[in-house]
Structures are given as C-alpha cells and as structure tokens.
Design a protein around this ligand. Structure first.
Ligand code: NAP
Length: 200
C-alpha cells in the first residue's frame, strides 16, 4: 500500500507577535498551493539577530497557538522553541520530514527580505533538495527574483500579500505608545499581550 505524500506548508518566523497578516498569508498560500496543512514554527533563538526586543519563545509559541486554533489546517510546532542553541531551517525541515514522511513535499513560507539573504544560511546547499520556498512580500517591497542566489531561483515562488501591510514591528510600537491594536491580530492574542504586559 502506498503512503500518502503530504504537501506541507512550513511557516517560519519569529512571530513577535503573530498577527492577521501572517494568518492571511498562510491561508492564501495553503489555498493556492493546495497544501494539506500549514505548520507554524516560531523560532527559538533566531539566527543573525540581537534578541533585545523579542519576548520569550514560550510567549511567542503560546500566542501562535491562540491565533491558529480556529483553522483546522493549521498547527504549531515547538521544534525550534525547545532547542537550546540556535535553530536552522535545514535541521527543522529534516526533523519535520522524520515526522510527516521523508517524501513530504515541503514549502517553506517566510518574508521575502529573509529569503533575499538565503545564501548566508546554515548548510545552504542542502536546502533546495529539501524544500521549495515561498517568499512573501508586503505592499511596497518587491523582491527581484534575479537578486536571489541562483541555486534557489527555480524553487522559489514570490507572492505579494496585501494583508502584510500589518507588521509585528508596528504592533510592538503601538503597544508601547498605548495605541489600539484591535483587529490587527486575533482578539485572544491581544488579550494575551495585555495580560502578560508584553511589549511595554
Ligand atoms: P523575522 O524577523 O520574523 O521577519 C523578517 C521579516 O519577514 C519581517 O518583515 C517579517 O514581518 C516577515 N516575516 C517573517 N516571517 C514571515 C512569514 N512566515 N510570513 C510572512 N512574513 C514573514 O524573520 P526570522 O525569524 O529572522 O526568519 C524567518 C524564518 O527564516 C525563520 O523560520 C528563521 O529560522 C529562518 N531563517 C533561517 C536561517 C538559517 O537557517 N540559518 C537564517 C535566517 C532565517 P513581521 O515582522 O510582521 O513578522
């Protein structure tokens, strides 16, 4: 009996905090690429980053769970938040393939500006064999496919998502400035931020 090959969306990001732009992105990509599921992977200790403004991985994981709970195709993995050291996408995808099947057809979804830097990633030459990439951009940011490392051009799709006019940076600024964040993220995430005095 042949085993079903799953089409997996892997939504990688810091999610500091998760917002409607991320959720719309995941749903649009799921629908367009006919994915069986989308797994959100909040990063643990993000590589290439100073961690000053980033709330703990436990908070980011919990907010991601709250935000995705109502979509039956979405799930959240703690693979990266449980890691002690830095997390690398290559290792995360290898772990997911152990869980969902080595033949799983993976689509790694993240911000276009992150994909633009892909040539600096850990063990980068393994990546095109493991996954395709969906580089999502917000209005006003256009990624030129020719600027991406040539090894990735054939396996990278570019998508502009208008809902990504919302950004985590803007939400953090608004919380700090005591401005409303209503409707920019799910209500449960908004309540969680206030209850835990995050981003003040
Ligand atoms: P990030 O700080 O979360 O985001 C960078 C930019 O991309 C922001 O503009 C962000 O918007 C947007 N973005 C992030 N995730 C998105 C998503 N899933 N969908 C749409 N837009 C998204 O980025 P990061 O955490 O450094 O990196 C993103 C992913 O790439 C993570 O999974 C990370 O582990 C992986 N990565 C791996 C390596 C490596 O393996 N060496 C190196 C770098 C990054 P918002 O601020 O609004 O979210």
């Amino acid at each position: 009996m042949s085993k079903e090959i799953l089409k997996l969306g892997i939504m990688g990001g810091t999610f500091n905090p998760i917002h409607q732009g991320h959720l719309v992105t995941a749903e649009v990509v799921r629908d367009e690429f006919k994915l069986d599921k989308v797994i959100f992977i909040p990063s643990g200790k993000p590589p290439h980053k100073d961690n000053n403004e980033i709330v703990s991985s436990d908070h980011r994981w919990m907010m991601t769970v709250l935000a995705t709970i109502s979509n039956k195709y979405f799930s959240v993995s703690s693979i990266e938040v449980k890691k002690k050291g830095e997390s690398y996408t290559r290792d995360t995808i290898l772990e997911l393939k152990k869980i969902y099947g080595e033949a799983s057809d993976c689509y790694f979804i993240t911000g276009a500006d992150v994909i633009a830097e892909i040539s600096t990633w850990h063990k980068v030459k393994d990546l095109p064999k493991l996954t395709k990439f969906i580089a999502v951009s917000r209005p006003g940011y256009k990624l030129d496919i020719n600027k991406i490392d040539s090894r990735f051009r054939k396996c990278t799709y570019l998508i502009e998502v208008p809902a990504l006019a919302i950004s985590s940076t803007e939400i953090r600024k608004r919380v700090k400035g005591r401005q409303s964040i209503k409707y920019l993220l799910p209500e449960a995430v908004e309540s969680y931020i206030y209850k835990n005095s995050l981003y003040l």
